[in-house]
Design a protein around this ligand. Structure first.
Ligand SMILES: Cc1cc2nc3c(=O)[nH]c(=O)nc-3n(C[C@H](O)[C@H](O)[C@H](O)COP(=O)(O)OP(=O)(O)OC[C@H]3O[C@@H](n4cnc5c(N)ncnc54)[C@H](O)[C@@H]3O)c2cc1C
Length: 459
């Protein structure tokens, strides 16, 4: 996920590894929990859950985190498959380092960070040629037209999708024309890759409600998981416990997993929006209508990553971002080079929204072959094959069912408040989707967890 220069411009214009350290035996039975006076179960050991649990634990509450996977972090997930190169399969960047609470955590553990720059980018046309200066200017003018169309549609009587809003710009265009491809490229690179929803579903009124911290974007050469491992320290986390039911209409509450059950006075739910939508966890009684409406109407999007490690670097060494204007919408429009920033012969290709979801059904070999077709178009048939690849499938992941949330047509920012609202003094909610200002981000998830903790502490 990236914050592009265009979006800064836009705001102006528009106003499985499981560390034994964490392992506990699944002995938190009803009897054991019943002996404690202040009992809190936090569901999910992602950033939101860890933030809530840590805060409550520090304030003296008896907290147990119940997590389906065998690792903490959720959508923060550093792969150590290539031992010399940790790679983030979920979030990579702290977006906007100034005043970002994750910067303070990273400082506290002295985690190394590297800055990537959006200005260090080259855009390649469909035939693989880098855009000339004149073509770059033309692309920028087209971006301005797209933004103007969106601004205008934001004043309309009815919310429409981004694609509908820019339909006048596409009207009558031959699908094989350059202008048609360029418009689709703008939709993919600046909107779908950023917000993870399809342009056919993103709300024109609200798609850009995400607020940002100032400062650059940094990533962790040793992996983002350093943060979640730090937060998980000293917490009691029950791994491998997929929650199936939350019985909150009784006192004490009961959280039922596939292996055991937990008794609590309060429960903090940090299930991803995709999981809430799928209703794989039964709430008994059912959640209030306002919360069900929020879950149904907010969108859960897809951003997938494909890391390719090559024997040597064959692309420009001084760029961080490579962009490609494909013949078909959304195909390999955005790449990050790890050469300049980490001195690694690694390219990271992204696929978002509909395209990101579609390729999850492909084999790894098919995905790599598709990526190589694009890279050969740009750099020639002689480029080496990748030695290794790592590929994500976040939409198919049963404990995520998507990458992060977006504002879909028919949703409003208020729905995020409904998603965040506690239900009585029993059920509390956190998770990136529940943060009105910083949804879709790691810092939004973290702040939402602190919010839920504060709500409990205030009781
Ligand atoms: C590919 C990708 C790239 C991203 N890039 C960035 C980026 O660069 N910067 C940024 O700021 N953000 C980025 N994000 C978004 C960021 O990762 C998320 O917003 C954030 O990590 C979400 O944290 P969370 O705690 O809300 O949810 P999660 O991390 O998903 O935590 C929820 C937890 O609940 C668990 N769970 C699910 N179902 C059950 C169940 N039934 N029982 C028990 N536990 C369950 C899950 O296993 C998980 O551990 C990216 C996300 C993805 C997927």
């Amino acid at each position: 996920m990236r914050r592009r220069h265009l979006l800064q411009f836009l705001s102006a214009v528009l106003l499985s590894y499981a560390s034994s350290r964490y392992r506990t035996t699944a002995t938190a039975t009803a009897n054991e929990m019943q002996s404690n006076t202040s009992r809190i179960v936090v569901i999910g050991a992602g950033l939101a859950g860890l933030a809530a649990a840590r805060e409550l634990h520090h304030q003296g509450h008896k907290v147990v985190v119940v997590e389906a996977r065998d690792r903490p972090g959720g959508r923060i997930w550093t792969s150590h498959q290539w031992p010399d190169t940790p790679l983030d399969l979920g979030a990579s960047w702290i977006h906007g380092v100034q005043n970002n609470p994750l910067t303070a955590l990273a400082d506290e553990i002295q985690a190394r960070r590297l800055t990537t720059h959006y200005e260090r980018a080259t855009t390649y046309n469909t035939d693989g040629q880098p855009l000339s200066r004149a073509e770059n200017d033309r692309l920028e003018r087209l971006e301005t037209q797209v933004l103007n169309a969106l601004t205008q549609a934001q004043t309309g009587d009815e919310d429409v999708s981004i694609r509908q809003a820019i339909a006048p710009l596409m009207q009558g265009l031959d699908r094989s024309s350059g202008r048609y491809r360029w418009l689709n490229f703008i939709l993919s690179s600046t909107i779908e890759q950023e917000y993870s929803g399809s342009a056919t579903d993103l709300s024109t009124y609200w798609y850009d409600q995400l607020q940002e911290f100032d400062g650059g974007d940094v990533l962790f050469p040793q992996g983002f998981s350093a943060i979640t491992e730090f937060l998980a320290q000293d917490l009691r986390i029950e791994f491998g416990q997929p929650v199936q039911a939350i019985e909150w209409g009784r006192s004490p509450l009961r959280v039922v997993t596939s292996r055991s059950e937990f008794i609590a006075d309060r429960v903090v739910v940090t299930l991803p929006l995709g999981v809430l939508k799928a209703q794989t966890v039964q709430f008994s009684p059912a959640l209030p209508p306002s919360k069900q409406e929020a879950i149904a109407k907010l969108g859960m999007g897809v951003l997938n990553k494909c890391y390719l490690r090559f024997p040597s670097v064959f692309w420009p060494k001084d760029v961080d971002w490579l962009e490609y204007i494909p013949a078909r919408h959304g195909e390999w429009t955005e790449w990050v080079s790890f050469k300049r920033v980490a001195d690694q012969p690694i390219l990271l290709g992204f696929n978002a929204a509909d395209r990101g979801k579609a390729i999850e059904a492909w084999s790894d070999a098919e995905i790599v072959a598709s990526a190589m077709t694009t890279l050969k178009t740009i750099f020639g048939d002689e480029i080496p094959q990748p030695i290794e690849a790592q590929i994500t499938r976040w939409a198919s992941d049963p404990f995520s069912l998507g990458s992060y949330s977006y504002n879909a047509v028919g949703s409003t920012p208020k729905l995020r408040q409904a998603l965040a609202a506690p239900v009585g003094q029993a059920l509390f909610f956190a998770g990136e989707a529940s943060h009105r200002k910083f949804f879709a981000t790691a810092h939004g998830a973290y702040l939402s967890g602190l919010r839920a903790a504060r709500q409990i502490l205030a009781l």
